[in-house]
Design a protein around this ligand. Structure first.
Ligand code: PLP
Length: 379
């Protein structure tokens, strides 16, 4: 696996921070909120009670059952607790799926721009990612037509991520159904990474779980506690899918991570049962930040930004602001860091060199400060 060239920008931001230089950080892909109190308290109790040993490799029976039950009540999904594996974050779920499912020479179709780890995980397993462009003018929506047109006899799976990191693009229920229906007809899997499922603005989230009862051999769902519950450091995610897929993943997990951290799973269970109010409040705050940020980004010279339909990232096209010395997203991010003391992620990390990613998982005051700093150097 290659180290991303864009890590240079991240490393430089850390160096500046360590020197005590005031930075506005729009780089972080994680909520700025505290984890829900009920989760913290439950994990604390679990520790105090000595719940500190190995659990079953695929997660505690209680958490597996609660995740499966939620998918059933919310989406009518047919997955049993045995078809539900708790993993060390959504990232481990995706990695284990790649190792379990993909072979040398196979292809995995996925919308692009896409999250940095998808490509690396697919390649690590020996398969080839086949990126299908989504477009800024269209709000980076994922459409069935281009995705299905990229399917060949070598395709093993279609990997969707809605809402998408970094674009905020989503998929409509009709397009999702069409993809799953055609994938089922061809014996392909649809892996749906719904890490950002709760972060959708002004419309319902179309979940692949809604289609799992109809297409039980096709749909694989990946989810996470990280973003929804502001629990990134706890490292709890999960996957659900056909029994054969789940069993292959369980075998890998039993030799790789074993169980996710015992008391973190107790915290996750408490979050699932009792943090809905906190989640609703956090989402309302993201919505307010999005409304504050996007119009102001569009006022910056050379910036063009569609309001994201989901997730907590703005992904403006900034190519009209490129000049000699700040050409391309990496140099432009370095320019913002050095001149404005604002940290962003270069779009090149996601295969989109005309863009930068700005996270609005930070306070409104930080957003306004960063906008002001950028305006001052772009003016
Ligand atoms: N999928 C996407 C699209 C992400 O952006 C992330 C994290 O940034 C993950 C999966 C994995 O998150 P975690 O491993 O914290 O659950």
């Amino acid at each position: 696996m290659g180290e991303s060239a864009t890590l240079r920008v991240a490393r430089r931001a850390l160096e500046l921070k360590a020197r005590g230089i005031s930075l506005v950080d729009f780089g972080a892909g994680e909520p700025d909120f505290d984890s829900p109190g009920v989760a913290v308290e439950a994990a604390r109790q679990a520790l105090a009670n000595g719940f500190t040993r190995y659990t079953a490799s695929s997660g505690t029976p209680e958490l597996r059952a609660a995740i499966a039950e939620r998918a059933r009540t919310r989406h009518g999904a047919p997955w049993s607790p045995r078809q539900t594996v708790v993993t060390v974050g959504g990232k481990a779920a995706l990695f284990e799926l790649a190792l379990a499912l993909f072979e040398e020479g196979q292809e995995v179709v996925l919308p692009s721009p896409s999250w940095v780890s998808f490509d690396e995980q697919i390649r690590f397993a020996g398969a080839h990612p086949v990126p299908v462009p989504t477009r800024t003018e269209d709000g980076f929506r994922i459409h069935a037509g281009p995705i299905l047109a990229a399917v060949t006899e070598r395709t093993r799976a279609i990997l969707l991520n809605s809402p998408c990191n970094p674009t905020g693009g989503i998929i409509a229920a009709d397009d999702l159904r069409e993809i799953v229906r055609c994938a089922a007809a061809r014996g392909l899997l649809v892996i749906s990474d719904e890490t950002y499922e709760r972060f959708v603005y002004g419309q319902p989230h179309a979940s692949a779980a809604d289609l799992a009862a109809e297409f039980p051999e096709t749909v694989v769902l990946v989810g996470s506690f990280s973003k929804t519950y502001a629990m990134t450091g706890w490292r709890v995610g999960y996957l659900m899918g056909p029994s054969a897929v789940v069993q292959a993943v369980e075998a890998i997990q039993s030799h790789a991570t074993s169980n996710p951290t015992s008391f973190a799973m107790v915290g996750a269970l408490a979050a699932l049962a009792g943090a809905e109010m906190a989640v609703t409040e956090m989402i309302a705050e993201y919505e307010a930040r999005r409304e504050l940020l996007i119009p102001r980004l569009n006022q910056l010279p050379g910036f063009r930004c569609q309001p994201p339909d989901g997730a907590f990232y703005a992904f403006p096209d900034v190519s009209a602001a490129y000049r000699t010395g700040r050409q391309g997203s990496v140099e432009f991010a370095e320019f913002l860091l050095e001149e404005a003391r604002v940290a962003v992620v270069p779009g090149a990390a996601f295969g989109a060199d005309d863009h930068i990613r700005i996270s609005f998982a930070c306070s409104r005051a930080q957003l306004l400060a960063g906008l002001e700093r950028m305006a001052a150097v772009l003016g």
